[in-house]
Ligand binder design. Structure first.
Ligand code: PYC
Length: 414
């Protein structure tokens, strides 16, 4: 990547920016796979279907524009320091894919593996972090509990004073944690999929499904019906609504998750800082902006509006950690829609409708999983069997009382 960037920079003539192909005027007579949703997960699945499984007669249908939903409405954090064996192994595979993604897709996704600190302000939090660190280490994921002296060395700007409501007692340090550029990953997957023949239909809303004897045969849209043998639903924030069109229910409650970004200031923060107790996560981009988020809104809602209450709460908490940011100005604020599951783990794999596959339940943890979701869902759709890494995330785990409790590893209070 470094060499190709250098070569590009030194060129006298620059190749024009490759854009995503325009939406085709008509549908083909039929598709092998229709992917509902045009965000990062959907586009990654389209890419891996074409790239790894040679399935290229694929259409992606998106009711708005590409990557305009939760892919554009997150805080771009990557990590794999989860609590359960299923979660750790799954997100670890994602971290591995993030490492090579820029080279694989030929676009600079600006992955910055800079270290991630989850702060503990209580003895109970320290205990959960020890637990997480042990599970992480067991599966080969770098993670350890550190004390205030190590935290000060890793992040000298962090306020470690005891003259605050919640003094920092320790932290879970996770060196592979970092950030990436959220829109570039979606463009990269979209371009890679389109180059292999995948059709991308924007401004095309799904209105229903044709189901014959329990098996999906078509996708009805505002531009007509698409015939298909297989459907993958990957519509973060709208999972229950789309599943209802296919005739089944999901154990999901949808709540807004707000975040914001500051004006650019001189770079000083080169780790990701998270405090579950204070409901703050914060990182600084290469441009110098602070990207920050807090807890989910405390009510179910499908609106993506911003509130004053969020800003007031987030800033009062954030200023305990970084009082020196008191005069920084905010540039933008936004909300995504978090599909929360009872156990804080995703719902992936088969559904009650034959050949209808699902990638959902991405709550507040979806962005970092983009590459591994694409990879595992593509394999699941291609073979008809859940990929080994997602077997535990099956929808029927709730009926089997076999949940995968990841609440203790969520960065976000809810
Ligand atoms: O799970 O790392 C996370 C996260 C960060 C912001 C929201 N969720």
């Amino acid at each position: 990547m470094v060499l190709s960037l250098l070569r590009y920079g030194l060129r006298r003539r620059h190749v024009p920016w490759r854009v995503i192909p325009p939406t085709p005027d008509r549908f083909k007579p039929s598709y092998d796979v229709v992917i509902v949703g045009g965000g990062g997960h959907a586009l990654a699945a389209a890419y891996y279907l074409a790239h790894r499984h040679d399935i290229t007669n694929v259409a992606v249908v998106e009711r708005g524009w590409l990557a305009g939903g939760n892919t554009a409405r997150n805080t771009a954090i990557i990590r794999s320091n989860y609590l359960t064996p299923e979660g750790v192994q799954f997100y670890d595979q994602s971290v591995r894919l993030w490492r090579t993604i820029s080279n694989d897709l030929g676009i600079n996704v600006m992955v910055s593996e800079r270290g991630h600190l989850t702060l503990a302000h209580t003895d109970a939090a320290i205990r959960t972090m020890r637990w997480r660190a042990e599970v992480n280490k067991h599966y080969g994921v770098a993670s350890e509990v550190v004390g205030p002296a190590e935290i000060a060395a890793l992040c000298p700007e962090l306020n470690l004073s005891h003259e605050v409501r919640y003094p920092v007692l320790g932290a879970l340090y996770h060196p592979p944690g970092g950030i990436a550029r959220h829109d570039a990953v979606a463009w990269g997957y979209a371009m890679g999929a389109a180059a292999r023949g995948v059709e991308i239909h924007q401004m095309t809303e799904v209105t229903g499904f044709d189901i014959d004897h329990g098996r999906v045969t078509g996708v009805r849209t505002t531009r007509g019906t698409m015939r298909t043998g297989r459907v993958l639903q990957a519509v973060a924030g709208n999972s229950s609504r789309v599943a209802a069109l296919a005739g089944f229910r999901l154990p999901i409650r949808t709540v807004p998750l707000q975040a914001c970004v500051s004006e650019p200031v001189k770079p000083f923060l080169d780790t990701v800082i998270v405090s579950g107790s204070l409901h703050v996560y914060i990182s600084q981009t290469a441009r110098g902006e602070f990207v920050m988020g807090g807890a989910t809104d405390p009510y179910a809602l499908y609106a993506q509006r911003s509130t004053l209450e969020f800003k007031e709460t987030l800033f009062s908490d954030m200023l305990e950690l970084f009082p020196q940011l008191a005069h920084m100005k905010m540039l933008r604020q936004w909300a995504g829609l978090a599909d929360m599951t009872p156990d804080f783990s995703p719902v992936m794999g088969l559904t009650p409708v034959e050949n209808y596959f699902i990638d959902s339940g991405w709550g507040t943890w979806g962005f970092k999983a983009t590459p591994v979701c694409g990879l595992t869902m593509a394999a699941t759709v291609a073979t008809g069997k859940p990929h080994a890494l997602i077997e535990g995330f099956a929808l029927d785990r709730f009926a089997r009382f076999d949940q995968i409790g990841e609440r203790g590893a969520a960065s976000v209070g809810s």
